[in-house]
Design a protein around this ligand. Structure first.
Ligand SMILES: C[S@@+](CC[C@H](N)C(=O)[O-])C[C@H]1O[C@@H](n2cnc3c(N)ncnc32)[C@H](O)[C@@H]1O
Ligand SMILES: [Zn+2]
Length: 406
């Protein structure tokens, strides 16, 4: 153990997260300018803000393991200091082995040290390879993993093909994407290039981001005759995350591809609609509410982005655990559970009030009033001012105006 630590030649400190203690770069030692983003300045990447991401990953993996009730193998090909994989091995019951890997030699050294420090050398193996090269060794029957967690810098797309090959039938794939500028439509060309779908700079761009990533995963998996189901997803801080299970078979892939389509958006009146014509879009649709030209996002995933049972079990799991961010996690899971069956896209009340020069009424009042009118209406974890509803935009605007006077 001492020998391994001797190879770590930069300032470090021990942090506690979940049930583990991890040696990480001492972030404040790497800040030279006030504008410096410490996690990327350190020789090994470590971001304390991603604790929530890792907590939810632990809960999702435990939920998956309990659904199948057997021992599972897990892989984290972009592991950095190893914190996530070490948490899986320590905090998720039924994890038989974890393979973690990072291309950065210093990350590899640190991860190896952390595995030893947590007494996990028998169950956790650490490698120092390119992620795709590493995953390629596991893309054959009996070698594949039950779960793979891809948590890269930016986009997970460069690793999708090899992750899908290395995942067994019925496996769980978790993906983080932090490249929100392309996914939210600031750099549409980059999004089309990477994800194969057009983004739009709308108020619900974070949901579009989840659907673009899920769509990219579905089409990539389909090339291997594999179908996907998205069991959980969330948009938090500066990133999005999806959890999908796979099913082998050409028919499963065909069924999955049927979930591809477009979202049409009217920038004039806020109207939006979906179009399930997987890859054939005639760019001439007009808004049914105001007659303006509709803008298109997609092709993207129009299927479910949460599974009710999976979310329910994750919430149950969260309640049983001592997590530092328990309250925040509880709020996110409660909101997600309530929006499982909600319509696609959401309206942001503030934005509509801005356009109509109205004061902003309490969001709960708007929800209550739309429900009284008989519309299905839900809050959403995507935006604290967002509502998902099947009400036409004219009714939404009228109800918001009336809610200001209540
Ligand atoms: C965002 S960090 C991972 C953080 C970690 N998963 C966590 O939860 O704290 C991304 C990591 O990917 C590694 N990386 C980048 N390109 C890679 C590649 N081609 N193969 C393997 N690792 C790579 C980087 O060295 C970095 O440590
Ligand atoms: Zn319109």
């Amino acid at each position: 153990m001492t020998k391994t630590r001797a190879n770590i030649d930069f300032p470090t400190e021990i942090v506690e997260e979940g049930k583990v203690k991890i040696l990480v770069p001492e972030l404040k030692a790497f800040i030279k300018l006030p504008s410096d983003y410490a996690p990327s300045k350190a020789p090994v990447f470590y971001n304390p803000v991603m604790e929530l991401n890792r907590d939810l990953a632990v809960l999702a993996l435990q939920t998956y393991q309990k659904m199948f009730n057997r021992e599972i193998s897990v892989c984290e090909p972009l592991a950095s200091c190893g914190i996530r994989g070490i948490r899986f091995a320590t905090e998720v019951k039924g994890v038989q082995k974890v393979l973690i890997n990072d291309i950065n030699e210093k990350a590899f050294q640190l991860a190896r040290y952390n595995v030893q420090m947590n007494g996990l050398s028998k169950r956790v193996t650490v490698k120092n390879q390119d992620a795709n090269f590493f995953l390629a060794h596991y893309g054959a029957p009996h070698k594949r993993f039950d779960a793979i967690d891809i948590d890269p810098f930016g986009s997970p797309v460069p690793y999708l093909d090899s992750a899908i090959r290395a995942l067994r039938n019925g496996g769980l794939l978790a993906l983080t994407a932090t490249d929100m500028a392309p996914l939210c439509g600031v750099h549409p060309k980059a999004c089309i290039r990477k994800y194969g779908g057009k983004p739009l700079r709308t108020e619900y761009c974070h949901e579009l981001a989840v659907r673009l990533l899920a769509g990219c995963l579905a089409t990539t998996a389909a090339k291997h005759d594999i179908g996907i189901s998205v069991v959980f997803s969330h948009s938090t801080n500066h990133y999005i995350r999806i959890y999908a299970t796979t099913k082998y078979g050409a028919k499963k892939a065909d069924e999955s591809i049927k979930n591809m389509g477009y979202i049409l958006h009217c920038f004039n009146c806020f109207h939006r609609e979906t179009l399930k014509r997987p890859f054939l879009f005639a760019n001439s649709e007009k808004c049914s509410e105001c007659g303006s030209k509709l803008n298109v996002a997609g092709p993207l995933w129009l299927g479910k982005i949460f599974d009710g049972e999976f979310c329910e079990l994750m919430e149950k799991e969260a309640k049983q655990r001592k997590l530092r961010l328990k309250d925040r996690i509880g709020k996110i899971l409660t909101l997600i559970k309530s929006e499982v069956d909600a319509p696609i896209t959401y309206y942001v009340v503030d934005k509509i009030c801005d356009a109509l020069a109205l004061p902003v009424p309490p969001i709960k009042k708007v929800v209550e009033n739309l429900r009284k009118e008989g519309f299905q209406t839900y809050l959403t974890h995507f935006n604290s001012k967002g509502i998902k509803t099947d009400a036409p935009v004219t009714n939404i605007k009228r109800t918001i105006a009336e809610s200001c006077n209540d």
